[in-house]
Design a protein around this ligand. Sequence first.
Ligand code: HEM
Length: 365
Amino acid sequence: MTKDITYWQYLELENLLKLQGGITGNESDVSEDELHFIIVHQVFELWFKLAIRELRLARDILGQPKVEEDIIPFVVHHIKRVNTILQLASHHFELMETLTPQDFLNFRGKLGTASGFQSFQLREMEFILGLDQKQRDAQGHPNPARYITATAGTEGFGAEIRERITNAQQETTLRDALHEWLYRTPIHGSGPLDDGDDEVISSFIQDYLDQMAKVNQHQIDMLVAAGGNEEQIKKQFDVTVTNASDFLNATDVDGDPKLRRTRVAILFIESYRKLPLLAFPRLLLDTIVEMEEYMTEFRFQHARMVERIIGRRVGTGGSAGVDYLDQTTKYRTFPELWAVRTLLLPPSDVPPLKNAEFYSFSTKT
Ligand code: HEM
């Protein structure tokens, strides 16, 4: 039997609308500006909650030992939702900016040391995505997991937060799942477990570098003909091939011996993206790049909003404020996907494909 349910019951509005009472829990102690501040933050946290679910879903599918090609659009669909959330979240800071610096100073003291730096959901997102802590260490940034754990305490919701943060750090990341899936990509029809696969990978890399050098030579000739210094120009272009070689031939970077094949797979997918079997994978890679782009925009817009409202003062969480936030825009969870873009050749110059028939859709009966 279906019980009649109302709009407000379904959305639990009775509870939801009672959650804006600030530190006393009494809404009459909260000004319009503070109510605005609380609601804007709460909306962000709800979006983070949804994004976390979507990312776990995408990660779980990609992390399977076998991923059917026709499930990829489903993964793309769910990551696209995260992208739209992040895009809207960046614009949502415009609403926050209707708070003037002095309006904020009226109640900033109430926050004490509470800070967005304690947003454990944003950290869960970063962990599930696979943002490498080394990127924070390299810039001398505090470890947010440690900070949250230290401030959460061991009782009640604090204990739950600690557990969530610990679990999120131990989960397979979207980056790991993606790399594992990329690693299995057939290159010229050869899989990682096939005899002679290593030679196939090496010869793909060599052919690609040769083509890069050829395309470079054409540009060098044009620049020299236009009056450029041949030696200098050649040196500049040679570096691009050396860098590409170092990137593609990387073996066992950070304890990941599979990285060479994974990087080659990204280049292969991007280079032969018109093949039926590679079209969806390429779309997936592009959607992940888009996600990282929106994440970076989110960080950038937050920093601009903060600069507009509190200038360059120290944050309530004790960080250097805007300077710290601006540095976080340098973080990249998927550096390989970005790096490959520097290497791409015009479609007419990519090395000829071997075993093209391998990349047609499989027919299921
Ligand atoms: C008046 C509005 C706001 C101000 C002045 C502000 C200020 C700051 C500052 C200074 C930091 C650096 C950490 C610290 O020292 O406290 C920070 C971090 C952060 N804030 Fe805000 N913020 C505001 C609104 C928001 C909103 C609406 C959100 C949405 C969720 C947000 C989310 C975050 C997050 C997630 C961090 C951590 C960033 C990181 O470490 O990567 N903030 N905020």
